[in-house]
Design a protein. Sequence first.
Length: 505
Amino acid sequence: MTTTAAEISLFLEDESATVRLGEDLALALRAGDCLALSGDLGAGKSSLARAFLRALADDAELEVPSPTFTLVQSYDLRIPVSHFDLYRLGDPAELTELGFDEALQGGICLVEWPEMAESELPDGRIVLRLTHEGAGRRVAILAPEKQASRIRRVFAVRDFLDGAGFPQAKRRFLTGDASLRAYEAIYPNDGVRRILMDWPPLPEGPPVLDGKPYAKVAHIAENAYPFVAIANVLRQEGFATPEIYSVDYEQGILLLEDLGSDSVLDDDGKPIAERYLESVACLAQLHSQPIPQDIPVTDTHVHHIPDFDRTAMKMEVRLVLDWHLPWKRDGALASEDERNEYLTIWDTLIDQLGTAEKNLLLRDFHSPNIIWRENKAGIQKVGLIDFQDAMIGPTSYDLASIVQDARVTIEPDLFHRLMEHYLSLRRRQPNFDEAALLKSWAIMSAQRNCKLAGLWVRLMQRDGKPGYMKHMPRTLAYLGVALQHDTLAPLRDWCVRAGIATAES
């Protein structure tokens, strides 16, 4: 493959290479993208479109009829796709009658023979031209930088897989999260599925405190070293983390063991009690084992697990002030007195964590990041992922994460069962201070839920991800539980006055 600022060019040696290109493009395109496929008859436009659609559907047998006579064929897939063939279009203006604009607003448009309506196609389209070259095909892609960067990225992943020994591997979208990370399922010829983590370098955000961006203040991992370090050290201690097969640290691409796809939730998205109980048992064992803070990753890199320090805790709880309150008050900001009182309360609460039990905290130990492994035993039943932001801090934070799962409602009966199961296991360990743990739990539960109450709003307003707002009622209910602890009386009073909690909390 060769790339210039204006054009991406690559040679496809055979039909299989054309199929792989279609599969790769299915990972690169987003709703609102128009892919204009140009080339002579037999150049491979239909083959490419068919491979694209089957990959997006994850269905190798998907029927993909030619839209030559119907002019357009629509597919209700993960991203809706409308496949246009304009060869028989009578007039470019007919494109509007075919519903092109509406299709592009909510999905992807594949357009064969775009020359027939070039004046009606969006300026920001991706132009892909196929030409015969020897026994194969030459592909030239012209795209605006935003789309071109996505295409270059999926090609970089393909090059990575080639270098890892899987040049023919089939790739399918698996999932994305609230960060820049995305995941693919990789199907090599050996029949063993693997997982690819696509983690582009984190762009430097605006300064938020002492000239540092949010990620640095809150100790958010900015590259793959922390993930590899935590995965390796936990696996050495007997926990189920994915083996790392290959890593490109500079580009942020990792090929990982597939721990499975079963969840701790049932088909209706509700918690399975047995699996949550095993998860808190896994956590109890983790909290009984000291984890080193400095972990060698490569011959030249040692990962230092950051402390969950005062600055990071306060930066996270500020999300209530900066995002939640303005949302709740139709844009009105918290007053200076409100801010000062709130942050002073948190200084006092953080002071009380000075003697709390501290060890590795995974940071997001809840349902999206736990894989259930039915055929394993003990802590190996609980597959752990998404721990790259792990810190050293109060262990009660992760306990709060699982017994007050941010993504699913933990009803009071199950909450009490989980807490008691965890405590019963910890009571068997020497020097366990249950009262101190419960006090620390209340503080860390409040800290986490104050963060989330602001984060959901930020994801909606700043990042265009409104779906997370469905978690807001649950988050505020969880906060109310934490505020019942006597230690949090000052925060409870503040939250009541601010309208975040009720007097009954």
